[in-house]
Design a protein around this ligand. Structure first.
Ligand code: MG
Length: 238
């Protein structure tokens, strides 16, 4: 799983490094697909439930599941969430990061920073002997104390031979509640944090998920193993 995670992370970093004004989201998607296939792996999202691309690329008010397009051209000030999974030797890795396109507003930079930190708070809470609610609580608390909201309609998830496995890992919760965290479990911890309301809408293409109020949203994700020694990030490039 570490090998699948590493490929996913490297593909994500390559696409992130290409984020700049004038680049289309389809170009970023090709970078992801090319790198993953060169490693002898398969893009986890390509064809998943009919998804037409290798990466989900979600710009500004798009929360998740944005479909890469030739005519979606990035511009200065955009925030660009890229979500990438790779399937390698029987297992998946899944990770996401929101990148600034050129100079972004302080407000947008603060959202990115808070969402990334909320993810790491969640990861720290992924301890054997704990519960899934501990993770959701840590993420929610960090985000809401800073006046952001966490998306409820989509959650993190188990990862393994399938991309999405039990348990669901919500970004909200109550400490000590929910499924037990046991050594050997692998989960994707992936806060989706909104500037305004937590409510989202899915567009008619059945994928693109946007904030209900049109405000910005950010998304960060790592695949994490629960071990007796604590949480281990598998979507690590090193
Ligand atoms: Mg995921």
């Amino acid at each position: 799983m570490r090998a699948a995670g590493r490929i996913s992370q490297r593909a994500l970093r390559l696409a992130g490094a290409a984020v700049e004004p004038g680049v289309s989201t389809a170009e970023l998607d090709s970078i992801v697909r090319k790198y993953i296939e060169e490693q002898g792996a398969t893009p986890s999202f390509l064809g998943y439930g009919g998804f037409p691309a290798s990466a989900c690329i979600s710009v500004n008010n798009v929360v998740i599941h944005g479909i890469p397009k030739e005519d979606c051209i990035l511009k200065q000030g955009d925030i660009v969430s890229i979500d990438v999974g790779a399937y390698f030797e029987g297992f998946h890795g899944d990770n996401a990061w929101t990148f600034p396109c050129g100079d972004i507003t302080d407000e947008a930079a603060a959202l990115l920073n808070a969402t990334k930190n909320a993810m790491f708070e969640g990861i720290k809470a992924a301890k054997a002997g704990g519960r899934v609610g501990d993770i959701g609580y840590a993420v929610q608390r960090y985000a809401e104390l800073r006046s952001y909201s966490v998306v409820r309609d989509f959650t993190g998830h188990g990862v393994g031979a399938k991309l999405h496995e039990a348990p669901n890992v919500p970004n909200y919760g109550t400490p000590g509640r929910g499924p037990a965290l046991m050594p050997g479990m692998v989960i994707a911890i992936e806060p989706m944090v909104n500037m305004g309301t937590h409510k989202v809408k899915v567009l008619r293409d059945k994928w693109t998920t946007i904030t209900a109020d049109g405000k910005l949203s950010a998304h960060f994700e790592h695949t994490v193993a629960v071990t007796p020694e604590g949480p281990v990030i598998l979507t690590d490039a090193d």
